[in-house]
Design a protein around this ligand. Structure first.
Ligand code: NCD
Length: 293
């Protein structure tokens, strides 16, 4: 069994093989019975639509059964149970645990006490490794490579775990990164990677024509410190006039006002492709964690 807590724990060869496996599983009809004797528990202590439902679909498509909760207020968390006690209980009910939690480091802590694999479905502002695998898969399918790309992160790039995880991962493939955000939403430190050039700007128009990927992130207001009140730039079709035809426009979703719906019509829009890719990628992750890859 293997945990899937942080992409930092995985070498590039493993990531590559997970992406290849996802490719095999892509296609609406992809079904299997590799996990027919397994039970997957989805423990979601934070709101989720895509992550929880796509993990559930991925497990069902592999023949597994699914238990869990979508709202921690219906669990013993509401009675004051600690996360580690909850995990030590659920490990007796399930063969793998998918965990989303508001506390940074929650998945690592769970993995320390748990006898079955823990899959990190987001721990506070820290990491979202399966979203990153989906994002890598989507970029690779669109552009045929992950190497030497210029990626712009726009919006709330400070409090987003999806951005943090993807930036960290992309830094392994060289290229350059641009952070497009007002001062208050710029990341505190930039990615510390010797082979990556990183810039900060406050307007998309300064860089749009140079980008291969534009990753748009909604304000993560649930993590903002009290009193922070800042608007982010809206990405609409007009703002993309000088973009490359091959630009890949991404958003982990949900969107709020940061991405106008007129962008949906552009061939560069890839965010519903990210959604579609989430099922095969999460199937690959479940199989890998349960030793079926
Ligand atoms: C992201 C998350 O929860 O971190 N959503 C997701 O999992 N697709 C991003 C967000 O909530 O903005």
């Amino acid at each position: 069994m293997s945990n899937f807590v942080s992409l930092r724990d995985l070498d590039l060869a493993t990531i590559d093989s997970l992406l290849d496996e996802s490719e095999q599983l892509l296609g609406k009809g992809a079904r299997g019975d590799e996990l027919a004797s397994s039970i997957v528990a989805n423990l979601f202590f934070e709101p989720s639509t895509r992550t929880r439902l796509s993990f559930e679909t991925a497990a069902l498509r592999l023949g597994a059964q699914v238990i869990g909760f979508a709202d921690a207020r219906t669990s013993s968390d509401a009675k004051g149970e600690t996360l580690s006690d909850t995990i030590r209980v659920v490990e007796h009910y399930a063969d793998a645990i998918v965990l989303r939690h508001p506390t940074e480091g929650a998945a690592a802590l769970a993995a320390e006490v748990c006898a079955v694999p823990i899959i990190n479905a987001g721990d506070g502002a820290n990491e979202h490794p399966t979203q990153t695998l989906i994002d890598l898969f989507t970029i690779r399918r669109r552009l045929g490579t992950l190497s030497d790309l210029r990626i712009g992160f726009i919006g709330d790039v400070r409090y987003s775990r999806s951005v943090r995880s993807l930036a960290q991962m992309m830094s392994q493939f060289g290229g350059s990164q641009v952070w497009i955000a007002p001062q208050d939403l710029q990341p505190e430190g930039l990615i510390d990677a010797p082979n990556v050039v990183s810039d900060r700007v406050d307007k998309l128009s300064d860089v749009i024509s140079s980008l291969d990927v534009l990753y748009v992130q909604r304000p993560q207001k649930e993590r903002w410190p009290d009193g922070l009140d800042v608007e982010i730039e809206v990405v609409d079709a007009a703002a993309l006039n000088t973009a490359k035809d091959s630009l890949v426009i991404m958003n982990p979703l949900p969107r709020t006002y940061e991405l106008a719906t007129d962008v949906d019509l552009l061939p560069q829009a890839a965010y519903f492709e990210q959604v579609a890719n989430s099922v095969p990628v999460r199937m690959a992750v479940l199989k890998w964690c349960l030793d079926q890859v």
